[in-house]
Design a protein around this ligand. Structure first.
Ligand SMILES: Nc1ncnc2c1ncn2[C@@H]1O[C@H](COP(=O)(O)OP(=O)(O)O)[C@@H](O)[C@H]1O
Ligand SMILES: [Mg+2]
Length: 251
């Protein structure tokens, strides 16, 4: 039975697609069978993070019953199966149906299905939430972004999704918001704090997630905290001295 996990936020541009692409690869590197899904049905971009720019069919063809889900899965060399959304303007009005049923029929043997969700509280986000069972929240460590993410948390709760925790993104040493404050705002664990770093933009330009490009980078180490958390490793692994020193200097 696959774990179907939505990556959500309140605002756009906080790092959902970056997290989904890197986290998918991190889980695959741990040996998991992973599919990542672009649920930005009117603003596809997940494939672009991997250089998947043109493709004959997308999740929109599943919605239109023109294709079965396996026909719109593209295997990346990292092992991750990418299910892209259509880049065509014509597909913007396609009715978002059949997706969860297609997951249940074709993806149940996967370990993880990560859904890159749309932003806001409108129909596109609700459609994305309906595809998932569990939710990871992404936010920057600043009040306006947190406040928007809290609204999405409320929505996910109303939809009976299991709330896994918060991933802080674009963290830098000068931030005044502390991890403990963020955790108490959300009443959820903060799983990782991904630093603000130019390697992310460079890796998107290179169409190669940071975790592949530079597995020892601090960004990659934080992403692995999320994959370890999901796969249960975090609970088994004691913090090393290096982890404790890094924690001391992070804030
Ligand atoms: N930790 C980070 N450090 C620096 N830039 C980042 C970081 N995370 C994301 N970005 C930048 O922010 C942009 C938006 O990220 P993206 O993952 O597309 O957000 P979302 O999917 O939430 O809209 C990316 O194009 C990237 O350039
Ligand atoms: Mg995105």
């Amino acid at each position: 039975m696959a774990r179907i996990i939505g990556v959500v936020s309140g605002k756009g541009g906080v790092g959902k697609t970056t997290l989904v692409s890197n986290l998918g690869v991190a889980l695959a590197q741990e040996g998991a069978d992973v599919a990542i899904v672009d649920a930005n049905l009117t603003g596809a971009n997940l494939g672009l993070h991997f250089g998947l720019i043109s493709y004959p069919a997308s999740i929109h063809d599943v919605m239109k019953e023109n294709a079965a889900l396996p026909d719109v899965m593209y295997k990346h060399p990292s092992g991750v199966d990418i299910i892209p959304s259509s880049l065509s303007m014509e597909d913007v009005t396609t009715e978002p149906k059949n997706i969860r049923a297609a997951f249940d029929e074709h993806l149940s043997d996967k370990d993880f299905v990560l859904v890159d969700c749309a932003t806001g509280l409108d129909r596109e986000t609700l459609t994305a939430l309906e595809m998932c069972d569990e939710v990871l929240l992404v936010t920057h460590p600043e009040l306006p972004t947190i406040s928007d993410a809290l609204r999405t948390k409320t929505l996910a709760k109303e939809y009976n999704k299991k709330l896994l925790g918060v991933v802080l993104n674009r963290v830098n040493r000068r931030d005044e918001m502390k991890i403990e404050n963020v955790a108490s705002f959300f009443d959820l664990p903060v799983i990782a704090a991904i630093p603000e770093d130019s390697s992310i933009r460079k890796s998107i330009e290179a169409k190669n997630p940071v975790i592949l490009n530079n597995p020892n980078h601090k960004v990659s180490r934080e992403i692995r905290k999320v994959s370890d958390y999901l796969s249960g490793k975090a609970r088994r692994r004691e913090k090393t001295l290096t982890d404790k020193i890094i924690d001391l200097f992070r804030w």
